[in-house]
Design a protein around this ligand. Sequence first.
Ligand SMILES: NC(=O)c1ccc[n+]([C@@H]2O[C@H](COP(=O)([O-])OP(=O)(O)OC[C@H]3O[C@@H](n4cnc5c(N)ncnc54)[C@H](O)[C@@H]3O)[C@@H](O)[C@H]2O)c1
Length: 283
Amino acid sequence: MAINSGGGKSAMGLLRGQVAVVTGGGAGIGGGISRRLAEHGATIVVNDIDAQLLATLVADVEAGGGTVIPSPGDIRDPAVVEALADTALGVADGRVDVLVNNVGDYRPNGRFLKTGPEQWEALYALNLEHVLRCTRAIAPAMVEHRSGSIINVSTVEAFRGIPANAVYSAFNAAVNAFTRSLAVELGRDGVRVNAIAPDLMDTPQTPAEAMLRGRDPDLIATWVPLGRFGRPEDCADVVLFLASDLSRFVTGHVIPVDGGTTAASGWYGRADGRGWTNLPDRP
Ligand SMILES: NC(=O)c1ccc[n+]([C@@H]2O[C@H](COP(=O)([O-])OP(=O)(O)OC[C@H]3O[C@@H](n4cnc5c(N)ncnc54)[C@H](O)[C@@H]3O)[C@@H](O)[C@H]2O)c1
């Protein structure tokens, strides 16, 4: 992906001189966020489980004149969280301005009555536990410097019911509640806490072809009010807003980045009784 000319040295940089941490920042929504924050002048410290994706990200950001420090590893591992925090805190004498807790996955999914503790624990580790760990590791530095912005990546599925994903949606609802409560707790310390709730992003986790499942792409317009699937940049721009001083009086909010699907949303039982769909169904 191309980086704006000027990259980290851009005079337009909203985050010039800042240090920003992104988990799962190699590709998908996290990749878009990493690139955007670097374009706006932040030194980005990027975690990813995939060394190849991380290498590509580093090459892209550096080619655009940005500064990136990779911090590889599985964010579910507490030692990886600790290494990420140590790396970030070492960049600018213990100051970290932005933390984006992006990693999350709806898999393993399936009907709740067919799941068990092993699956729930896997979803907890992927969607909530590292959010708590990373925040616990990095927020104290923000409090100490009386400044910081934490942005969690949740999902619209935390607002509406999604069959076969009850546990994923429950943990993301927890991310939203954590966002709001922590915002209240840390407000007087100068730290803001917000979240974005994406839907229907064309990413490696949910590629456009998989979302369409053979349907006519013309149907997207009947499904997403803004008439297209989302792109990582759509999320990245909202995260940039939340990370920067433009949102200085905004805290405790979860902002859908969904092309209007929350406003229009509904899961429908199929007429033939065989499961549900949120898609324009075949006749
Ligand atoms: N794609 C969507 O439509 C959508 C919708 C709602 C919410 N979300 C949320 O957005 C976030 C990002 O989703 P995405 O679609 O970009 O995902 P993705 O799977 O396409 O990309 C995830 C990135 O994180 C990395 N990663 C995965 N597991 C990791 C781990 N354990 N440790 C470190 N890095 C890891 C991957 O290598 C990849 O670079 C997730 O929290 C997801 O739940 C996505």
